[in-house]
Design a protein around this ligand. Sequence first.
Ligand code: ADP
Ligand code: MG
Length: 253
Amino acid sequence: AVRPPATLVVRNVTMKFGGLTALSDVNMSVPSRSIVGLIGPNGAGKSTLFNVLTQVLKASGGEVSLNGQALPKHFPDVVRKGISRTFQHVQLVQDMDVLQNVMIGGYINGRSGLFSSALGLDKSEEAQLAKEAKLALARVGLLDVAGKKVSELPLGSQRLVEVARALMARPSMLLLDEPAAGLRVAEKERLSNLLKSLRDEDGMTVLIVEHDMELVMGCADHLFVLNFGNLLAQGTPVEVQKNPDVINAYLGS
Ligand code: ADP
Ligand code: MG
């Protein structure tokens, strides 16, 4: 079951942590079936925005809507609505094997029914989940390590396992927080191809936070640049790369 394409609109979103304003009146419109990059220096508010977009954190102000509807109030419901994500700091069960970690995405990531039976999946459900998890692992190029413990994998591969787990929710929108950190060149190329295939074949919208400019510029249709919690610029990769404000704040360094 492929979900209809997702459009995300962010209006005047502000996030304050005590005296610190991590996001200040951010406005964004993320078109469906696109790869959208979110870039900017460390501390700019990129991960905070992902947390607000998935209700991991409650915004101090503003609104987020998905396909014209307000975002559900709680993270699991957001995932059920079709927004799935990875975290900058990998959140996998280190001493379980890779396949089991990916299978968790099938119920943790909001497929109702399975969620309620998480403690006791029947055999056919489990087989179905395992089959799907293997397909997801194949897409990120890690089917051959399905039986290994997560802790045996390098951090870069663990990030890709998280991508596979996020795919188990069958999302219409995928949020990836620095997925290429720690990847080798060939793995980055594979990731880039995967993102394009999620957009082109699955009709997915991919929002990606990434410092690897070669990767971002090579696959994003549109970029948003955050700096100190403010939206500094947006546009195509070509437009953003020649924007003097962006060069000063981020790209020039
Ligand atoms: P980025 O992902 O762009 O590097 P973050 O969104 O992680 O930036 O952080 C933006 C700012 O908000 C930073 O100054 C960070 O220290 C602060 N911040 C992020 N999360 C929290 C939190 N849970 N509590 C307090 N401050 C936070
Ligand atoms: Mg971050």
